[in-house]
Write a protein that binds this ligand. Structure first.
Ligand SMILES: Nc1ncnc2c1ncn2[C@@H]1O[C@H](COP(=O)(O)OP(=O)(O)OP(=O)(O)O)[C@@H](O)[C@H]1O
Ligand SMILES: Cc1cn([C@H]2C[C@H](O)[C@@H](COP(=O)(O)O)O2)c(=O)[nH]c1=O
Length: 217
């Protein structure tokens, strides 16, 4: 049974870059590693509709915090069997964004705290009703919000087709999401959280696989 590790952080924080490095590092050590990135664009209709809404389609869909969160949750629910089977067949499964993304963005959009109603709703929906696997560890990429936002802006200007979406263009939202993430990490939401600002994959690889005493809330 492998370990499930969720990498979290605001837009442009460097999650994808770090996950790529971690996977390379662990594979070089001979570990069996699987990786998933949520939303699963091009793989589930829920992810694609959410992306389209964040780029201006589907009327006022994106205005509803709960509707957007439900799409992201359904994207994961549609992937649950694949995820469970990956955990059973690998030493490590790394997810680039997971349920905590829904908790952090939804709470920030509603200006709620990490212990507010929408975080409880996300928890009950995704870990309760949808029975998604609970991560053994979370890693928060805690680079300063201004740094992450500058990276997202620069990526958008250099990569055609990677225009910033509605959330990425909202600097105030990004700062609030960052604050909710830090509160989720401080409370050990669902499992122990590690925080990284500028550690390399090699620095983090052992920390993330160290034994933990998981909590459930
Ligand atoms: N440590 C770093 N130093 C400088 N630039 C970085 C670093 N890590 C990532 N970047 C750059 O910042 C941009 C965002 O990185 P990345 O795509 O990994 O972030 P992300 O957190 O996965 O973003 P998103 O959630 O918005 O998809 C990319 O252009 C990437 O090359
Ligand atoms: C998985 C997930 C994502 N979000 C938000 C976070 C981002 O701003 C967008 C799109 O994700 P990407 O990493 O930039 O491609 O959606 C969310 O609110 N809830 C989620 O579960």
């Amino acid at each position: 049974m492998g370990r499930l590790i969720a990498v979290e952080g605001i837009d442009g924080a460097g999650k994808n870059t770090l996950v790529t490095g971690l996977v390379e590092h662990w594979r070089a050590q001979g570990l069996r590693v699987a990786t998933f990135a949520f939303p699963r664009y091009g793989r589930t209709v829920f992810a694609d509709v959410a992306s389209e809404a964040l780029h201006g389609e589907h009327g006022d869909l994106r205005e509803s915090v709960y509707a957007m969160a439900l799409l992201f949750a359904l994207d994961r629910s549609a992937t649950a069997e694949e995820l469970r089977s990956a955990i059973a067949g690998h030493d490590v499964v790394v997810v680039d964004r997971y349920v905590a993304s829904n908790a952090a963005y939804s709470a920030a959009r509603l200006r709620e705290d990490a212990d507010g109603a929408v975080v409880r709703w996300v928890h009950d929906l995704e870990f309760g009703r949808f029975a998604l696997p609970v991560p053994d560890r979370h890693l928060l990429l805690g680079v300063p919000a201004e740094v992450a936002m500058a990276r997202a802006r620069s990526r958008a200007s250099s990569a055609p087709g990677r225009a910033r979406d509605h959330y990425e263009r909202d600097d105030d939202l990004q700062v609030r999401v960052d604050a909710v993430y830090r509160a989720l990490a401080a409370s050990g939401w669902m499992s122990p959280w590690a925080e990284s600002v500028d550690q390399t994959p090699a620095d983090l690889a052992d920390v993330l696989l160290a034994p933990t005493t998981a909590s459930t809330e």
